[in-house]
Design a protein. Structure first.
Length: 235
């Protein structure tokens, strides 16, 4: 008969190994919040690349508006990626503060005693110390981790995308659009303003040298044309 594999056995055999205890933190709050942030930032980065390249090469968008649409997509993506990363310490601090203020009371000693009395009333065999350990340590740290994940997702997906990005993306798109236009001019082989100035300067020098050569040739023509007759040259 095949052995019965239950969830409890799987948990004990997998998560109680030395390897998992070494790599899994005792307090998973920061690890869970970091994984949630990495997940959302990676998704937004890929979306930024996809939508920007699609808009930039989309022939259905008029050519005079195509660059600005691509700039908007790129600026939206940059803000959605950079702002959550920079605000990560603030999110963690705020998440921990809110949890301690509003939800930590559900995992303290008085809550453990209330839960113990309910279990005893239902004739469930347990002791108060075990209930306190389960509720105050295990349940508390995983609840804190879950709340940190929720706070990270709310900050990155709602506050950032619905409040911060719309107010920052449009001004940033104007800057990116100017850079796109410079790139297109360079790609088309058009000279930059400094190169144009150097080209005009070299052309001006060529014109001056040509004019001086023409003046010299004109002077030689007049001197040859008005040479005195031979009988007067030796006078």
């Amino acid at each position: 008969m095949a052995p019965v594999i239950s969830g409890r056995n799987l948990y004990n055999n997998l998560f109680n190994t030395k390897f998992m205890k070494k790599w899994l933190p005792d307090n998973p709050t920061k690890a869970a919040a970091t994984l949630a942030l990495v997940s959302t930032v990676t998704k937004d980065a890929l979306n930024c690349y996809y939508y920007t390249t699609q808009s930039y090469h989309n022939k259905k968008i008029p050519e005079d508006k195509r660059t600005f649409v691509a700039s908007i997509d790129l600026s939206n993506g940059l803000v959605n990626v950079i702002v959550p990363i920079l605000s990560k310490p603030l999110i963690e601090k705020a998440s921990d503060h809110i949890f301690n203020k509003r939800y930590a009371k559900y995992f303290n000693k008085s809550s453990a005693e209330a839960l113990y009395n309910k279990l005893k009333a239902k004739n469930i065999d347990c002791d108060l110390k075990s209930v306190e350990n389960i509720l105050g340590k295990t349940s508390s740290k995983w609840a804190r981790a879950g709340f940190a994940v929720i706070a990270t997702l709310v900050a990155s997906q709602i506050i950032c995308k619905r409040v911060i990005t719309p107010s920052v993306a449009t001004p940033l798109a104007d800057v990116i659009k100017a850079q796109f236009e410079k790139y297109e001019m360079k790609k088309a082989g058009k000279l930059a303003p400094t190169e144009n100035a150097e080209s005009k300067s070299s052309k001006s020098n060529d014109v001056k040298s040509t004019n001086s050569a023409n003046e010299s040739a004109r002077f030689d023509f007049y001197t040859d044309a008005y040479k005195p007759p031979k009988f007067m040259r030796n006078v």
